[in-house]
Design a protein. Structure first.
Lengths: 122, 107
């Protein structure tokens, strides 16, 4: 059974840092692109970042570029999101998600974690 | 960046109705368009990928269509458990993706 379990959320001060983790199991982690998505309270989904299997390719949303960084450790089947220079508007539930390339061409998310809440407040 | 606009933002329907949700992209995304269903306090659930292909296990009352910039999600014979927020999601191009703002379906 595929499982994605996020951790590392909590309260942070504006300007502070947090590192989120996502522990993956039930699939060959090092064979898949992975992603972070967030959802502010009462708001919609916002794509944040994608990372290729070998970390050679990483992509970040403009809203977090230069402040957040996605990474992974295939030996530990873990995905990470380093969040620096946090802002109040970064308050959200952060989900990790597994990317599948359907028919080899059409990427989508096939599994999501339950999310971890990050609150940025002074 | 490609912007995704869903309409309507919310709708109310009755059991057995057919509802249609629209999603428009600011530029062509070919058929790199997915749909997800999200219920309160839960992670999104994949419904459709590549604009029109149902994910495994998704009831056949859900269907998707479209290509280029205009897409629709249709739910026929609406059921109580279909009450949720539905999001479109483009995955075209240089791996910078975007979601629509969501459509709340109330039954």
């Amino acid at each position: 059974e595929v499982q994605l379990v996020e951790s590392g959320g909590g309260l942070a001060r504006p300007g502070g840092s947090l590192r989120l983790s996502c522990a993956a199991s039930g699939f060959n982690f090092n064979a898949y692109w992975m992603s972070w998505v967030r959802q502010a309270p009462g708001k919609g989904l916002e794509w944040l970042a994608n990372i290729k299997q070998d970390e050679v390719e990483k992509y970040h949303a403009d809203s977090v570029k230069g402040r957040f960084s996605i990474s992974r450790d295939n030996a530990k089947s873990s995905l990470y999101l380093q969040m620096n220079r946090l802002r109040v508007e970064d308050t959200a539930v952060y989900f990790c998600a597994k990317i599948i390339y359907n028919s080899g061409r059409f990427p989508s998310y096939d599994y999501w974690g339950r999310g971890t809440l990050v609150t940025v407040s002074s | 960046d490609i912007q995704m606009t869903q309409s309507p933002s919310s709708l109310s329907a009755s059991i057995g109705d057919t509802v249609t949700i629209r999603c428009r992209a600011s530029q062509s995304v070919s058929t790199h368009l997915n749909w997800y269903q999200q219920k309160p306090g839960k992670a999104p659930k994949p419904l459709i990928y590549a604009a029109s292909t149902l994910q495994s296990g998704v009831p056949s009352r859900f269907s998707g269509s479209g290509s280029g910039t205009d897409f629709t999600l249709t739910i026929t014979s609406l059921q109580p458990e279909d009450s949720a927020i539905y999001y479109c999601h483009q995955t075209y191009g240089a791996l910078t993706w975007t979601f629509g703002q969501g459509t709340r379906v109330e039954i």
